[in-house]
Design a protein around this ligand. Structure first.
Ligand code: C5P
Length: 225
């Protein structure tokens, strides 16, 4: 059966946003709901894989049989991802990781100043989690990334596929309100070095199944090379 065929596979999925602290009461984040990543984790379990879900702060229940590891910041997610990736066959980076974090996190609540209408925050780049996993020198898993874009979706997706050394990338057009962030439906186009496959608009659970099925097909080709 399918479940025995996949029971040897270890799949790690990152999901949700990250929260980048500014001070004890404030943070920077984004609109990611985590729904796509959770749907992928659920689909992978239903196909018989062992799944670890590294999740940022989201309001979602852990899918049945999924090993969930919660994180807040990109730095925490990076550390967890590199650890779990050591034992992963497939790594799927669905999280909307904050590109930047505050250079200095204030240890006390920042006060409003009376003498200026401006506040300048200095941000520094976060590590690129999926790129670091794709560059692992030992036990590198098959690596799948996402590209959420509002324009030039295909061009940016292909650029990320190459520069991050990914095996596949799922392009997500987030310019439309019917799909992407915080919705139950999504459409994706999957790209790899030598081809692409559009997965039309459907609910995220259905899409998760189609996506994981396709990823496993490519993973099998890659390990048989
Ligand atoms: O942010 P960007 O559009 O480059 O994200 C593309 C892919 O890279 C996604 O799969 C996302 O999860 C991953 N990413 C990451 N770590 C970051 C930024 C993005 O793993 N710091």
């Amino acid at each position: 059966s399918q479940s025995t065929a996949l029971s040897h596979l270890n799949i790690v999925v990152t999901a949700g946003p990250t929260q980048e602290e500014l001070d004890p009461v404030r943070y920077i984040t984004n609109h990611s709901s985590g729904k796509m990543g959770f749907a992928i984790a659920k689909a992978a379990v239903s196909l018989g894989a062992k799944v670890t879900l590294i999740s940022g702060p989201v309001n979602l229940e852990t899918p049945y049989n999924v090993n969930r590891h919660n994180v807040r910041t990109a730095i925490d997610m990076h550390q967890a991802a590199l650890e779990y990736a050591q034992h992963a066959d497939i790594f799927i980076a669905c999280a909307a990781v904050a590109d930047y974090r505050a250079k200095v996190v204030a240890d006390q609540k920042m006060k409003k100043h009376d003498d200026s209408n401006e506040l300048v925050l200095t941000l520094v780049k976060n590590p690129d989690i999926v790129a670091d996993v794709a560059n692992m020198q030992h036990n590198r898993p098959f690596v799948v990334g996402f590209a959420a874009e509002t324009h030039n979706v295909e061009a940016y997706a292909l650029k990320k596929l190459t520069t991050k050394h990914l095996d596949m990338i799922c392009a997500n057009d987030v310019s439309s309100k019917q799909q992407g962030f915080n919705t139950d439906d999504n459409a994706l186009t999957l790209y790899w070095k030598s081809g692409k496959l559009p997965l039309p608009l459907t609910n995220k659970n259905q899409l998760g199944l189609q996506l994981v099925t396709e990823i496993i097909k490519h993973y099998n080709e890659y390990t048989n090379e």
